[in-house]
Write a protein that binds this ligand. Structure first.
Ligand code: ZN
Length: 460
């Protein structure tokens, strides 16, 4: 069996993956807070997790992936201060918090499917696990790891000697210093809420009774409670974007330790940020990009997937519209080249071995794409190249398995076709139609498919 390696944030090393149970993987991924449209920075992390799961499956593992939907308790500051993001979304749109949850969960799942990100084995919503979260906090309380102040029940991080290990935090100031609001009642700056009380002066739409008072669970508690419930108190992999390392995952790890006295997660794996035009992306910077915007500009969601695969998940991905345009062109060419290949070929073993090796080496998708290019250039029957690339696509997830009636194109006709695709991308539909007519006169019918794809047929 091909060994699989991952870079473990906890040890800061690339390690060989050894599952807790032979052949099986328990895999937890932090999902979205469903109060607004997700952006492409979020999707970069979900794409990385999708590649991670596909790679394990390609290597024969049976993966149980759990992804949560945060529908309560995530405050506007990750440090348990400010407004609940869900209540904020509800006010912004004049809809109930439950309508907000339903709407943005639907948007999120649709976007995942458009990006060919496979559903996790289990979806779990924080509000469906309130009792589990209360029970978890009660156990932490019974072990003397918590205290109550005026706005909630808090975890005392000074009780956990390993608290700073995951993020290599400088506890004495650095972490709290970055926060806008601090709570003077907390014993230590890094202490975090397990349960927050409802404000006395206003009615929350979501609140539950608890042994400490009416309120709602802290954001970090849901992931500990749900991962334990669905995967057990020890599981293999916890993944998401690196933005979660210093607060959310550090606090999850503290809770897990508090309950079990051990390291619950074997491999913490994190993807790097997505930048826009070389800088940070953010709502306040006015440069948040959603998948809808990408589609509105005529690009295919899979062109974004192709772009993301070109950069290793632990490197920053710099998004520019030019880069997306190049990815769309590259993707279209790739699909069309494969469409022209013969069917019923055999997988070329040497390429499959190389491919498996590079993806299993900490998910090296840029190298895997380079191998795909080598296959295209190699001197093999096109049907064998096709079979080989289709097997790679189990990981790439680029819908490369599109079949069409073989149509021979001259070099000039290929150029016309490329110009037509480009015209479609820039929404010059008049030019696109003209070029289609020119090709039709030459006996080539272009049939448009969803997602900026097309197929060619011989016209009568
Ligand atoms: Zn989480």
């Amino acid at each position: 069996m091909q060994p699989v390696y991952f870079y473990n944030t906890l040890t800061r090393q690339k390690e060989e993956f050894k599952p807790l149970k032979p052949g099986r993987v328990g895999f937890y991924t932090c999902g979205p807070t469903v109060y607004d449209y997700p952006h492409i920075g979020n999707f970069r992390a979900y794409l990385f997790e999708d590649i991670l799961r596909r790679t394990l499956e390609y290597n024969g593992y049976q993966v149980k992936q759990v992804m949560n939907i945060t529908d309560v308790g995530h405050l506007t500051s990750d440090a348990d201060e400010g407004e609940d993001k869900l209540e904020k979304g509800s006010k912004r749109e004049g809809r109930t918090v439950w309508e907000i949850i339903e709407f943005y969960t639907k948007v999120f799942k649709e976007n995942l499917h458009e990006l060919n990100i496979e559903d996790p084995t289990i979806w779990c919503k924080a509000t469906d696990y309130i009792q589990e979260q209360i029970d978890f906090a009660k156990k932490l309380e019974s072990k003397g790891l918590t205290y109550v102040i005026s706005d909630g029940l808090y975890f005392d991080t000074s009780k956990y000697p390993g608290y700073a290990t995951l993020a290599k935090l400088n506890i004495s100031g650095q972490q709290e210093g970055a926060r806008v609001e601090t709570n003077a009642e907390k014993r230590n700056p890094a202490d975090f809420a397990l349960w927050k009380f409802s404000p006395k002066d206003q009615q929350r739409q979501m609140e539950w009774d608890s042994p400490w008072g009416k309120g709602f669970p802290g954001w970090h508690l849901e992931c500990s409670a749900m991962s334990f419930k669905e995967l057990g108190e020890e599981f293999d992999i916890h993944a998401s974007g690196i933005d979660h390392i210093p607060v959310h995952h550090t606090n999850e790890r503290a809770q897990n330790w508090g309950l079990t006295d051990k390291e619950s997660v074997k491999y913490w794996i994190h993807s790097e940020f997505l930048l826009v035009d070389g800088g940070k992306m953010g709502k306040s910077l006015g440069n948040l990009i959603t998948l809808q915007q990408i589609k509105d500009k005529g690009f295919s969601p899979l062109a974004f997937r192709y772009l993301a695969l070109q950069v290793h998940y632990r490197s920053k991905l710099n998004f520019t519209w030019e880069a997306l345009e190049a990815a769309q062109r590259g993707y279209d060419n790739l699909v069309n080249e494969i469409k022209s290949f013969g069917l019923a070929g055999k997988i070329i073993p040497e390429f499959e071995t190389q491919f498996k090796q590079v993806v299993s080496d900490d998910l090296n998708t840029p190298k895997a794409l380079a191998i795909l290019q080598e296959v295209l250039k190699a001197n093999y029957p096109s049907s064998d190249k096709r079979a080989t690339i289709i097997t790679f696509d189990k990981i790439f997830g680029l819908n490369l398995n599109q079949i069409t009636e073989a149509v021979e194109l001259s070099r000039e006709q290929e150029e016309l076709l490329a110009q037509r695709q480009q015209a479609k991308v820039v929404k010059d539909f008049k030019k696109a139609d003209e070029l289609r007519s020119v090709l039709a006169e030459q006996g080539i019918k272009v049939v448009d498919l969803p997602d900026n794809q097309y197929k060619l047929e011989k016209s009568q």
